[in-house]
Design a protein around this ligand. Structure first.
Ligand SMILES: [Zn+2]
Length: 244
C-alpha cells in the first residue's frame, strides 16, 4: 500500500492515525524470517571473525554460542516490546473511536460518508452504505478502525509469536558460521565460508521479496556482510595485538 492518506482530524476533532499501515504491525513472514536470519548471520560471523583473529578455537566457540544467545534474546525482547507497544496503541485507538461513537454518532456517520465519497462513491451510495454499516454498532466501529488505522483490531499480532520467531530466526542465522567448529573443524576460513554461503542464501531470499535479480541480491549481501566481517576481523586483530 503506497497511497498514504493525508493526516486528518475526524469531524469530532479526535486525531486519527491515518498514516498507520498494516505492514508496520504485522509485516510479511518471509520478510521477517529473512531479516531475522540475516541479523544473526552477520553479527555472529563478524563476532567469530573478530575473536578468531587472535583467540583459540575454544574461545571462538564459546564466544559464538554466547553471541548467538545474547543476540537471540535481545531480538526477542525487542520484538516483544515493539509488538506489545503497537497493540497497546491499537487498543487506545479502539477506545478513542468507541468513545467518539457514543459521544457523537452523527459525526461518525458523516465521517464515514465523507470517507466513502472520497473513495469514489456517489453521495447517495455512500449514505446508503453508511446506513447499512452503522446498523450494527460493533461492526461499524470495526469498519471505522480499519479505514482510519489501516489495521483490523481483530487481527492483532501476538507478541509471544513475534518474540519466539525472532529468537529462532536469529539463532538459525547465528549458528551457520559455527557449524564447522561444532563439527570439530577448528578453522576460521571454513566458518567464514559457511557465513559467506549463508549471506548468499539470505541475499537471494531478500531479492525474492523485493523482486530484484537473484544473483545481484546474493552478491550484494555477500559484499555488505563481507565488509562488516572484514572490519571486525581487522579490529579484533589490532586490539588483540595491543592487549596480548
Ligand atoms: Zn471514525
Amino acid at each position: 500500500m503506497t497511497d498514504t492518506p493525508e493526516p486528518s482530524l475526524s469531524p469530532t476533532g479526535l486525531p486519527h492515525v491515518d498514516g498507520y499501515r498494516h505492514a508496520d504491525v504485522t509485516g510479511g513472514w518471509l520478510r521477517a524470517a529473512t531479516f531475522g536470519a540475516m541479523d544473526g548471520l552477520v553479527s555472529n560471523t563478524a563476532l567469530i571473525a573478530g575473536v578468531a583473529a587472535t583467540a583459540s578455537a575454544q574461545t571462538v566457540v564459546i564466544s559464538g554460542i554466547a553471541g548467538l544467545l545474547a543476540g537471540a534474546f535481545s531480538m526477542a525482547l525487542g520484538e516483544y516490546t515493539s509488538v506489545t507497544t503497537a497493540n497497546e496503541q491499537i487498543d487506545s485507538e479502539v477506545l478513542a473511536e468507541s468513545r467518539s461513537f457514543r459521544k457523537d454518532p452523527e459525526a461518525e456517520r458523516a465521517e464515514l460518508v465523507a470517507m466513502l465519497t472520497d473513495m469514489g462513491m456517489s453521495p447517495q451510495t455512500a449514505a446508503a452504505a453508511t446506513d447499512e454499516i452503522h446498523r450494527d454498532e460493533s461492526r461499524a466501529l470495526n469498519f471505522h478502525l480499519v479505514q482510519e488505522l489501516g489495521v483490523d483490531p481483530r487481527e492483532k499480532p501476538s507478541p509471544w509469536v513475534a518474540a519466539g520467531s525472532s529468537f529462532v530466526l536469529f539463532a538459525i542465522g547465528a549458528v551457520i558460521p559455527l557449524i564447522p567448529y561444532l563439527l570439530g573443524h577448528e578453522s576460521l576460513w571454513l566458518g567464514l565460508a559457511f557465513g559467506g554461503i549463508g549471506l548468499l542464501l539470505v541475499g537471494g531470499a531478500a531479492s525474492r521479496i523485493t523482486r530484484r535479480p537473484l544473483v545481484l541480491g546474493s552478491l550484494r549481501q555477500l559484499a555488505l556482510g563481507g565488509v562488516a566481517i572484514g572490519v571486525t576481523y581487522l579490529v579484533g586483530h589490532l586490539v588483540g595485538g595491543v592487549v596480548a
